[in-house]
Design a protein around this ligand. Structure first.
Ligand code: G3I
Length: 378
């Protein structure tokens, strides 16, 4: 049983009756070997492979993931969550873990010195609990989304530590026993120096010790929550992943209660998993840490062709397969599941179509590739 009693489901491959029927119908339509990704996607083989992936009866992603003992989930945007019933219905059908793209961030939860705003975060947690889903808390300490009142306060080191403690104890304590894992610290490594970034309010106010303090406060507030360090561009082997490995290795070695490393995996179409990803995941697992895919999306340069959709499907297939292969990878979380609400077009001009459902909430080849990856024995 996972922490807090929420279990993603039997890890013994047993599916519920409805899902078993849908999965069986899915399986009879395709032989696993036949649907394996082609060695290379071309404009010629893309249509055939995408056609092979699709099938009318499709089990829910969450049921197949649960049968493999993992969570499959998505970031949830507040506006469609509040205003689009189809968005909520799709989330409840397909996923068994959710994370807020915005409403758990410091500026949203703590809009003024004496005020906390939990309406939106409470609504998401209640939705998750009503639909048998786990929740990832994102994010306690980040260099972004620092509210103006905090910047204006210019606190002393002791005041900053007390503010950090109060925020974490209040937020994590509110959801004690209800949130499986927290991104305690996000994106703390500088992409040029590979040291701790110093353009961070918390680093400047407290010093490098802010990380240890944040993890210790979070652990005190909820001893059962799995506490993550989350970052991007540190999934393979290289200077940044080595910096993350050393950072979390030092935390582990000094008894800081870190429990996992989040790989955001905001990748571009054409991405492939390599042995480096396996090696990096295994070395982090060897520290006793989980590795989760926390913000997966596969951005495609406009215009999107059939071959692009097929290669995007391969990327999703390989990332889910990577998680199933690692000794301890409990979750694959996508940063949005429909192109209708993806952050990519706003933040990455010229790119889009990064998710597994299109703008009209129709599953794309990538959706079926995730299905196949979950059904294909590791
Ligand atoms: O909803 C309001 C809208 O009403 C308003 O008109 C508009 C004008 O500013 O803002 C909208 O809110 C925006 C929100 O995204 C919408 O979801 C915020 O301004 C914008 O700052 C916010 O950006 C989020 C960003 O983090 C900063 O918090 C993105 O959605 C979110 O996808 C992104 O997520 C980050 C992860 O937390 C960390 N890893 C990278 C990832 C992508 O940048």
């Amino acid at each position: 049983m996972a922490e807090h009693g929420f279990d993603p489901g039997p890890a013994n491959g047993v599916l519920g009756p409805e899902t078993a029927a849908a999965a069986a119908a899915f399986e009879t339509a395709y032989d696993t070997t036949e649907v394996q990704p082609p060695a290379a996607i071309t404009a010629e083989n893309a249509p055939d492979w995408c056609r092979l992936l699709r099938s009318a009866p499709r089990p829910a992603l969450r049921d197949l993931a649960a049968a493999r003992g993992i969570y499959i989930g998505t970031a949830v945007d507040a506006a469609p969550f509040e205003g689009d019933a189809g968005y909520r219905t799709a989330i409840a059908r397909e996923f068994n873990v959710v994370v807020a793209s915005l409403v758990f961030k410091f500026s949203e939860l703590h809009p003024s010195r004496s005020e906390y705003s939990f309406e939106a975060s409470d609504a998401l947690v209640a939705f998750a609990e009503a639909n048998g889903m786990a929740v990832r808390g994102h994010v306690l300490v980040w260099h972004n989304r620092i509210p103006g009142w905090l910047l204006d306060l210019r606190p002393s080191r002791d005041e900053a530590i007390e503010l950090l403690r109060e925020h974490i104890m209040t937020v994590v304590g509110r959801y004690r026993g209800r949130i499986r894992s927290w991104d305690v610290v996000n994106e703390a490594i500088d992409n040029q120096t590979y040291e701790l970034r110093q353009d961070s309010f918390w680093y400047q106010a407290i010093g490098p010790d802010y990380m240890r303090l944040a993890f210790e406060f979070a652990h005190e507030a909820d001893p059962d929550a799995v506490l993550y360090y989350n970052d991007y561009g540190a999934e393979g082997l290289g200077r940044k992943s080595n910096a993350v490995y050393e950072l979390v290795g030092d935390l582990v070695a000094t008894g800081v209660p870190v429990g996992g490393v989040g790989w955001q995996m905001h990748v571009r179409n054409g991405f492939h998993v390599t042995p480096d990803h396996v090696q990096n995941g295994e070395r982090l697992n060897a520290l006793g840490l989980e590795v989760s895919i926390t913000e997966l999306d596969v951005a495609d340069p406009h215009p999107t062709t059939e071959a692009d959709l097929a290669s995007q499907a391969v990327a999703y297939w390989e990332v889910v397969s990577l998680c199933l292969r690692l000794p301890s990878c409990p979750a694959v979380v996508m940063w949005g599941f429909t192109d209708a609400y993806s952050w990519i077009p706003s933040f990455l001009p010229g790119f889009g179509n990064a998710t597994i459902f299109d703008g009209s909430m129709t599953p794309k080849p990538a959706y079926y590739a995730v299905l196949r990856a979950l059904r294909t024995p590791a």
